[in-house]
Design a protein around this ligand. Structure first.
Ligand code: HPA
Ligand code: ZN
Length: 328
């Protein structure tokens, strides 16, 4: 009981959140109306559609469809502002936030519109909620590397608004090796590197993200548990994992591989640098505190575990060392 209050109040860093995954049905309908878009169904029917997903792709189909209401700079600003308000309520102090520009540029929304709205939202959030937010540009791995390179080029005039690049969307069949060149270009531009790996894909996707893309954090990474050799390497190299308990449950990763529970405990017991994050909270049933509550429930975590997980997350941020020390 008091652990619940502890979870609510402890300062947090959020390292795995897709801004498009924070689009709640209420805001979706508000933006649709503002932009003259006719949506099927109601807020309530859309909430129902978000109750369960068969797998990652089943979720992604709905997630990309919902993005069609995002058109103007103001829409991206409102999306960011709504998220940061919720994050502040959950005691988030630092947030390194993914965005998927290709989901929008493919529909004819200019890159500038997306980045300017999100960045303005971050500045507003720093002033009003005191959250240190930054942006990580994710390439969609179901698209080609040439399209990723085109996106990186569009980002070039905006490098001051981006701290790094990541890789998301459908994992299986789209291995890290497909994006070796664009990640090398991004590193040469001074960008940090993360990648989704080992969510539905096997441990070889994690190895590829580390060795081929030079990822400094692994998003999800839970499938490392099927390779002792990889676990040892992740521990030795101090690679943080951004684990998302509710996501793993809603996308049936937990039921397929971990008897229906979050694998946070197994990961901690191996000595891995686990962090707890929200992924797509508007679809998976809760924001970062709800993800902590789920992990505590599934894994019988103690206050000490919660503290260590939060400290791991501040340690795993891309903040400059002097700023990082302030939070540690
Ligand atoms: N995995 C891959 N792509 C995604 C996810 C995820 O969990 N969320 C949003 N895009
Ligand atoms: Zn994710």
């Amino acid at each position: 009981q008091s652990l619940l209050y502890y979870i609510e109040d402890i300062p947090k860093a959020e390292l795995h959140i897709h801004i498009e995954g924070t689009l709640e049905p209420e805001l979706m309908f508000k933006l649709a109306e503002r932009n003259g878009i006719k949506l099927e169904g109601t807020v309530s029917s859309h909430k129902d559609r978000r109750q369960t997903f068969k797998n990652l792709q089943d979720f992604l189909d709905l997630y990309y469809e919902a993005c069609s209401v995002l058109k103007e700079e103001e829409d991206f600003f409102d999306l960011m502002n709504a998220y940061l308000q919720k994050a502040a309520h959950d005691s988030v102090l630092v947030a390194e936030i993914f965005f998927d520009p290709q989901t929008h540029t493919e529909r004819g929304v200019p890159f500038e519109t997306v980045i300017n709205g999100l960045h303005r939202g971050l500045c507003h959030g720093y002033q009003h909620y005191n959250i240190k937010g930054s942006l990580i540009l994710c390439f969609l791995r179901h698209l080609s590397e040439d399209e990723a390179i085109k996106t990186l080029k569009e980002a070039m005039p905006h490098l001051d608004k981006i701290i790094g690049v990541g890789l998301d969307s459908g994992e299986v069949g789209n291995p890290p090796e497909k994006f070796e060149k664009v990640f090398s270009m991004a590193r040469d531009l001074g960008l940090q590197v993360v990648a989704h790996a080992g969510e539905e894909g096997g441990p070889e996707y994690i190895t590829g993200a580390l060795d081929c893309l030079k990822a400094k954090r692994i998003d999800h990474g839970v499938q490392c548990l099927s390779s002792d050799e990889l676990v040892s390497s992740l521990v030795a190299r101090k690679i943080p994992l951004t684990v998302c308990p509710l996501s793993n449950i809603k996308l049936q990763v937990a039921s397929r591989y971990f008897n229906g529970a979050s694998p946070v405990k197994q990961l901690l017991d191996k000595g891995l640098l686990v962090t707890i994050n929200s992924d797509d909270p508007a679809y998976f049933g809760g924001y970062i505190n709800a993800n902590f509550v789920q992990a505590v429930k599934d894994c019988k975590l103690t206050a000490k575990d919660v503290f260590n997980i939060c400290r791991n997350a501040f340690n795993a941020t891309f903040l400059p060392l002097v700023e990082k020390e302030y939070y540690l």
